[in-house]
Design a protein around this ligand. Structure first.
Ligand code: PMP
Length: 420
């Protein structure tokens, strides 16, 4: 009867729908790290809206703020006009996030989603430098609009639009050529070698942990070397923290432990805190050379998102939240290490950081099978990597230890079953 409810999607929705195929139920409610389907079956969420729900579903404090804002007839839509909700967000972002980290950025609202912030970053880098080329990395993912897609190192994702790596070169990411090769040497050589025919790039764009590309994790030293290269050739460094920012790896910004200071930072997904669309482009003040209106969009900054986002930043007023994420992340790491030891048939390699971890399985189709079995047992989890070879643990950061352990037990049972 539940499945018959789903026929409406087959009949009325485009073939492009995807998650409904991995999770074929009618979802109805969600709170914290749990979701329920229309039959009342409970699911543990190790997916967190692809990173958009770091504070869980329907966080009570954010919900309260939102409801009271609506009850007071607060302004919902206002393009980029001045509103109290926007001012409150900007002030809190400056005081809670930027100042304590000695970071100076102007805040731009580029449009509602991750791909909008990437577009704005690419455009600005070209405008600042007067150059075209963008260096991206193998297996990077930056979004689905033409510009962001053209720096995305995944041919399947580019197929729909027939988009080549347009004005972009994908260089090997950290460890792409094995642990013995420092891939920055390769990049440096290209730039030094005028005869190679490679134009000087406007920017280098990267994720510190490749969320969609298989949880490949850049070492701090590698990031520092990339930054040095950017400084040496006046190339702008863009860090795409759309998926790994907002605490996913422990600190608010994923690049904090490396000490690098990107010229442009892209944030979206969890920045609103409540799963409401919102994106920020952070720009070093000297590069904020936009003319008014040069990059705009009807939904550039939405007041309902400002209300929840300001509340979400309260999590960052002390260092406790970050510590808690790291502790729970360590717990996840330990679980995954034990799992690979206990089940060598997985041919597993543990990857990731903070509460974004997973196992790259050395057997074709295995990670997908594990996710499928886990779903039947009430756990929502997705794969990552160019061949969907990684199963990825990405629960809300607010999950408690009990929730984590319940999820881990389902994963272990699913691994056991999948290997039989
Ligand atoms: N950058 C990264 C690193 C992402 O993971 C994503 C989304 N998965 C995007 C950009 C694009 O964001 P959106 O889907 O909101 O456009």
């Amino acid at each position: 009867e539940l499945n018959s409810q789903l026929t409406i999607f087959e009949e009325l929705e485009s073939e492009v729908r995807s998650y409904i195929r991995s999770f074929p139920v009618m979802f109805e409610k969600a709170k914290g790290y749990k979701l329920w389907d229309a039959k009342g079956k409970e699911y543990i969420d190790f997916f967190a809206g692809a990173g958009a729900l770091n504070y869980g579903h329907n966080h009570p404090k954010m919900k309260e703020k939102l409801l009271s804002y609506l009850a007071d007839d607060g302004i919902t839509h206002s393009l980029d006009m001045g509103t109290k909700a926007k001012a409150a967000f900007l002030e809190k972002f400056e005081n809670v996030i930027l100042k304590p980290r000695s970071l100076q950025y102007k805040v731009m609202f580029p449009g509602p989603t991750g791909t909008n912030t990437v577009e704005s970053a690419l455009k600005l880098a070209r405008k600042v430098t007067g150059r075209d080329l963008i260096i991206s990395f193998t297996n990077g993912f930056h979004g689905m609009t033409l510009g962001a897609l053209s720096v995305t190192g995944n041919s399947f994702k580019r197929h729909g639009a027939g988009v080549p790596l347009h004005n972009s070169m994908a260089m090997p990411f950290d460890s792409y050529l094995g642990d013995d090769v420092d891939t920055v040497d390769y990049l440096e050589r290209f730039l030094e070698d005028n005869g190679s025919g490679v134009a000087l790039p406007a920017a280098i764009i990267l994720e510190t942990v490749q969320g969609e590309g298989g949880l490949n994790t850049a070492k701090d030293e590698w990031l520092k070397r990339v930054e040095e290269i950017c400084r040496r050739w006046d190339i702008l460094l863009i860090v795409d923290d759309v998926q790994v920012g907002c605490g996913r790896t422990g600190p608010f910004f994923s690049f904090e432990p490396s000490g690098i200071k990107p010229d442009i930072v892209c944030l979206s997904k969890s920045i609103s805190g409540y799963g409401v669309p919102m994106a920020l482009t952070l720009i070093k003040p000297q590069y904020d050379i936009w003319e008014p209106g040069e990059h705009n969009g009807t939904f550039r900054g939405h007041n309902l998102a400002f209300v929840t986002a300001a509340e979400a930043l309260s999590f960052w007023e002390t260092k406790d939240f970050s510590r808690e994420i790291l502790d729970k992340g360590a717990m996840a790491g330990e679980f995954l290490n034990d799992l690979t030891d206990k089940y060598p048939e997985l041919k597993g390699e543990v990857r990731g950081r903070g509460l974004m971890r997973g196992i790259a399985c050395g057997v074709d189709g295995l990670a997908e099978m594990i996710c499928g079995r886990a779903f039947e047992k009430g756990l929502i989890m997705e794969t990552s990597g160019p061949n969907s070879e990684v199963f990825k643990i990405m629960p809300p950061l607010t999950i408690d230890r009990e929730g984590l352990n319940r999820g881990f037990a389902i994963i272990e049972a699913s691994v056991k079953e999948s290997l039989n």
